[in-house]
Design a protein around this ligand. Structure first.
Ligand SMILES: [Zn+2]
Length: 193
């Protein structure tokens, strides 16, 4: 922890780099990804402060939309789309994802009941022809497509898509190489960006 504290202390000694940010934010992109520490959206994309609005959940899951039930995920998505007016949403899954792996393998999650219940509530079991793959690559990619479908069921997303003011993107990030692949609707495959 101490190196992080030291860096945070030094970080605040360059206020001239950040004064403009106090005026507000107008990020162009909502970036939805896993809470995994190996996935660093600003590092992957080169985004500067103010450029990415982020939603991070265990397993980059977008839970089913339920009107009348408040969730942090729905609030974050709605704020990004309706208030900030982002033009693009990226759902970025990653290789070696613990949440997706647990789903594919059917792991016993009784020791982590909140994780178990979150996955049971929010995730479908991702399709995979190779459940033994430690990277769970195919499962993660299918899982990303499921989250994109979920997003489309959010009223604010559905409306903006119909107006042609929003684009959805499915990404797959390889933690061991840093490579990013994008889902191409024309080939229905994840290919190099
Ligand atoms: Zn993950």
């Amino acid at each position: 922890m101490q190196p992080l504290i030291d860096n945070a202390r030094a970080f605040g000694q360059r206020p001239e780099e950040f004064t403009g940010l106090a005026a507000g934010q107008s990020p162009a992109v909502l970036f939805i990804t896993c809470s995994d520490s190996r996935v660093v959206p600003a590092l992957i994309t080169g985004a500067r402060p103010g450029e990415l609005f982020e939603l991070r959940t265990a397993g980059n899951i977008v839970p089913p939309y339920a009107s009348g039930t408040p969730t942090g995920e729905a609030a974050t998505i709605e704020y990004a789309v309706e208030v900030l007016g982002v033009g693009d949403v990226v759902v970025c899954g990653h290789s070696h994802c613990g949440a997706v792996g647990a789903l594919v393998r059917g792991d016993d999650l009784s020791a982590v009941p909140a994780v178990r219940d979150w996955l049971a509530h929010a995730a479908d079991e991702p399709r995979s022809s190779d459940p033994a793959d430690p990277a769970v690559a195919e499962a993660v990619q299918n899982h990303v497509l499921t989250q994109l479908l979920r997003l489309r069921s959010y009223p604010c997303v559905e409306k903006r898509l119909a107006e042609g003011r929003l684009r959805l993107h499915g990404w797959y990030y390889e933690v061991g190489t840093g490579a990013v692949r994008e889902h191409r609707p024309d080939t229905d495959a994840f290919e190099a960006l």
